[in-house]
Design a protein around this ligand. Structure first.
Ligand SMILES: Nc1ncnc2c1ncn2[C@@H]1O[C@H](COP(=O)(O)OP(=O)(O)O)[C@@H](O)[C@H]1O
Ligand SMILES: [Mg+2]
Length: 343
């Protein structure tokens, strides 16, 4: 996979080409101060300025005499969240134009690894603070911002300049069993995988031929030769009426999950014995093979993961210091005066 391929899979590159085949979306340039805020580990607090929760609470409590005191802890420090008034109003305007609730992503990725942190355990957002909470909790978003070309083969060439963008898509309830990933090599559809491969869907088994045909037709009628590049991965959705929609476009390479295939299989061309024309469609065929959701591992607080893998040296040092202090305290207790209760 080359850096150029990653560049052409950005949302703002493919959306204008395939606008009619996909979910209505808006693209907003991401200001530099917002990027910095997203990358800053210290400020998880988000401004409440685009939230009406506080107001609702005040209205409801107007007839209540006593003020509710949330905390009497004097040591509580107030961390002021940065405000981005201009950007906030642009985002709110876009959310309204898209019907009030949106699915957010950056140039390539959505914060799928962070949905557990949202109140509704979903990526559905109604405000900029909903979006910030997800983005700041997501390793996928950090990856987009810090190392989009990590797995490219042409590491010696300079990184192309990226203009970061916030993508807001109209919220659409997609049934996971209708989602498929299509692998396109040399402008040919070579493989299709059920996207939510951890589950067994009876309708896929029953309609295998129709699905295969629908996706092949969609590809050859609407996508083939219209995209800049000949190797890519297409995510599509087949709705309950059998209509196929484009959901996303991804680079053809390791950064993209190969789901029920391996990258080796996909890149090797199927060997000489296999006909080039063969389109392989894989899906989960029985309940027995059902596996845990792939994003589950992201639910552990990052600190614990870092500690256990030794990823973050500073966290490890802090942890060791803590252990050392505990040990010293224990040693003091053993060797010195034993304090016992006088009562
Ligand atoms: N507009 C939307 N509304 C609701 N859910 C969506 C929307 N777009 C995508 N999704 C869901 O989120 C998943 C990931 O979306 P996608 O755009 O492919 O992000 P990524 O490239 O980070 O995986 C999709 O498989 C789909 O289930
Ligand atoms: Mg994608």
């Amino acid at each position: 996979m080359k850096k150029e391929q990653v560049v052409s899979c950005q949302f703002s590159v493919w959306y204008p080409i395939f606008k009619k085949l996909t979910i209505k979306s808006r693209i907003l340039p991401l200001p530099q101060d917002v990027i910095e805020y997203l990358l800053d580990d210290g400020t998880l607090v988000v401004s409440g300025s685009d939230h009406d929760t506080q107001q609702v609470f005040n209205n409801n409590s107007s007839d209540v005499e006593e003020d509710v005191q949330w905390s009497d802890d004097e040591t509580t420090t107030t961390v002021t969240a940065p405000e981005f008034p201009e950007f906030t109003s642009k985002v709110l305007e876009a959310i309204n134009a898209l019907g009030g609730s949106v699915f957010p992503k950056l140039n390539w990725s959505a914060p799928r690894d962070a949905n557990w942190i949202a109140l509704n355990s979903s990526l559905q957002c109604h405000s900029l603070s909903d979006i910030f909470l997800l983005f700041k909790s997501s390793d996928f978003i950090t990856h987009d911002l810090t190392q989009p070309f990590l797995q490219c083969s042409d590491q010696d060439s300079p990184d192309p300049v990226i203009k970061y963008e916030l993508v807001l898509r109209r919220w659409s309830e997609l049934i996971p069993g209708g989602e498929f990933r299509c692998f396109v090599k040399e402008n040919k559809l070579i493989a299709i995988s059920q996207r939510d491969y951890t589950q067994f869907y009876q309708h896929i088994l029953k309609q295998e031929q129709q699905i295969r045909q629908a996706l092949q037709d969609f590809f050859s009628q609407h996508v083939q030769f219209r995209f800049p590049g000949e190797d890519f991965v297409l995510d599509v959705y087949r709705d309950s009426n059998g209509k196929v929609w484009l959901i996303d476009l991804n680079p053809f390479g390791e950064v993209t999950d190969s789901l029920l295939f391996t990258w080796e299989e996909l890149t090797s061309g199927g060997g000489q014995s296999q006909q080039q024309e063969d389109l392989v469609f894989r899906y989960t065929t029985s309940e027995v093979t059902v596996q845990p959701s792939p994003c589950l591992s992201y639910r552990i607080p990052r600190d614990f993961v870092d500690l256990s893998t030794g990823e973050d040296a500073y966290k490890l040092i802090d942890f060791l210091k803590l252990k050392k202090n505990q040990q010293e305290e224990e040693e003091e207790e053993e060797g010195g005066v034993t304090v016992t209760s006088t009562d």
